[in-house]
Design a protein around this ligand. Structure first.
Ligand code: NAI
Length: 331
């Protein structure tokens, strides 16, 4: 039998946490033959609720779940973890300045970075979900210098999956037959959902999404804004932000990273830019990536038209501004 993998979920008493931990314990993230030990961290005001989640995990009698650590102590939470899913953060509240929210998250990610650096298992993979996800991941990278930058990522897979979903609805095809959309940039409303390289499996072979949809006005307009604004639409409908789809996307992100992407398929991940596609190096930016042997690689050589170029640059500019704001909170 395989040794258990230790998976940390921060903010585990929150909404995404509540949807995510049972998925992990059922093998959705790492496979149905991979035992896991869950480490759950939250803050003292949520300690009782966190303990309730632990009770439910016991009650669910998951065969793959070999242990649960539920704690408000960041060192205990981070010790020995192989995978860290960072969902905890400070939410933006009505009337709060952007800088104040940034400042709270910068200090959270700075201290959690140090704890991970000192106490996590070697080669720990980190996924930041909490917003501002790209910039929180960047701060984590800065303050955990011994964790390789290739091990630090942020979640844009939810946006990627939303784009697949919109195409599948529009064409009335199975979502599993749609592939290779791209989310470029920030997990925010400036992200660029790009279908220029996406295709659909049809009985007559793979066909380009651009060819099948043929309505360029929709693809260059409503499709993009629907994906960009989907989070807000969910909040409006549910009075709560997306949690089950976010949790599912976090599982997809880690599963593909660890177990690999299928041949011929790429996914979107927020990763440290090396300057590919003229995106400024040193930002955490969402790119198309393929994964093999536990490592991601940015897909190279895709042609970028003028329309796309502007959108890639716009979201990069926003990330550069966020980075500057985050640094101003440090000084
Ligand atoms: P939530 O408010 O229900 O849960 C957040 C949890 O984090 C709470 O239990 C809170 O006590 C905890 N927390 C706060 N500070 C913490 C700290 N320093 N250490 C550990 N835990 C801490 O929020 P929800 O809906 O679960 O969302 C979590 C985050 O994920 C938010 O920042 C949200 O904006 C973000 N998000 C990101 C998505 C993405 O695609 N990247 C999609 C959806 C949400």
């Amino acid at each position: 039998a395989k040794d258990p993998v230790r998976v940390l979920v921060t903010g585990a008493a929150g909404q995404i946490g509540y949807a995510l931990v049972p998925m992990i314990a059922r093998g959705v993230m790492l496979g149905a033959d991979q035992p896991v030990i869950l480490h759950m961290l939250d803050i003292p005001p949520a300690a009782e609720a966190l303990n309730g989640v632990k009770m439910e995990l016991v009650d669910a009698a998951f065969p793959l779940l070999k242990g649960v650590v539920a704690t408000t102590d960041v060192v205990e939470a981070c010790t020995g973890v192989n995978i860290a899913v960072m969902v905890g953060g400070f939410p933006r509240k009505e009337g709060m300045e952007r800088k104040d929210v940034m400042s709270k998250n910068v200090s959270i990610y700075k201290s959690q970075a140090s704890a991970l650096e000192k106490h996590a298992a070697a080669n720990c993979k980190v996924l930041v979900v909490a917003n501002p996800a790209n910039t929180n991941a960047l701060i984590l990278k800065e303050f955990a210098p011994s964790i390789p930058e290739k091990n630090i990522s942020c979640l844009t897979r939810l946006d990627h999956n939303r784009a697949l979903g919109q195409i599948s609805e529009r064409l009335n095809v199975q979502v599993s037959d749609v592939k290779n959309v791209i989310i470029w940039g920030n997990h925010s409303s400036t992200q660029y959902p790009d279908v220029n390289h996406a295709s659909v499996n049809t009985p007559a072979g793979a066909k380009a999404v651009r060819e099948l949809v043929s309505d360029d006005a929709w693809l260059n307009g409503e499709f993009i804004t629907t994906v960009q604004q989907r989070g807000a639409a969910i909040i409006k409908a549910r009075k709560l932000s997306s949690a089950l789809s976010a949790a599912s996307a976090a599982c997809d992100h880690i599963r593909d990273w660890v177990l690999g992407t299928p041949e011929g398929t790429w996914v979107s991940m927020g990763v440290y830019s090396d300057g590919s596609y003229n995106v400024p190096a040193g930002l955490i930016y969402s790119f198309p990536v393929t994964c093999q042997n536990g490592e991601w690689k940015i897909v190279q050589g895709l042609p970028i038209d003028e329309f796309s170029r502007k959108k890639l640059d716009l979201t990069a500019e926003e990330l550069s501004e966020e980075k500057a704001l985050a640094y101003s909170c440090l000084s």
